[in-house]
Design a binder for this molecule. Sequence first.
Ligand SMILES: CC(C)(COP(=O)(O)OP(=O)(O)OC[C@H]1O[C@@H](n2cnc3c(N)ncnc32)[C@H](O)[C@@H]1OP(=O)(O)O)[C@@H](O)C(=O)NCCC(=O)NCCS
Length: 128
Amino acid sequence: MLTTEDKIQNSITRVFKAVFPNTTNHYDTLFGGTAMQYMDEVAFITATRFSRQKMVTVSSDKIDFKKPIPHGTIIELIGKVTYLGTTSLKVRVDIFIEQMYDDSREKAITGEFTFVAIGDDKRAVKIV
Ligand SMILES: CC(C)(COP(=O)(O)OP(=O)(O)OC[C@H]1O[C@@H](n2cnc3c(N)ncnc32)[C@H](O)[C@@H]1OP(=O)(O)O)[C@@H](O)C(=O)NCCC(=O)NCCS
């Protein structure tokens, strides 16, 4: 029987992407809306892997864009469950920038998303 902590650890979700020019804005940095789409997707995968139930996004909390993400870099998105309620849970997603040709790495964006488990009638159900 897995504990909640086991499920949190097992559901940590890491996704890498290359920042190609089709994802950037006119400053040659990753477009904020694209970053938020990536984050919501990783948060959704994390929530689903944690619960193995149908999950929907009900809210996004503050998203901090600390560093611009230049094209020609690699980003890693990491999703982790940070709070478990009755029918809802929260997932924090951090985005790190990695340079392609050296080992440097820094955090660029962080944000939190709330998901609710729903049943076939689309109403909230307990996360089991
Ligand atoms: C998700 C949904 C079914 C919840 O319905 P609801 O009537 O608000 O449900 P409840 O009031 O019973 O709240 C359910 C849980 O969500 C939490 N919640 C609701 N609105 C919230 C918000 N804005 N922020 C944070 N948590 C919220 C409640 O605190 C509760 O958590 P708990 O059970 O862990 O204590 C409904 O809001 C919905 O269908 N929203 C649209 C979802 C969607 O289409 N998302 C985009 C595509 S995935």
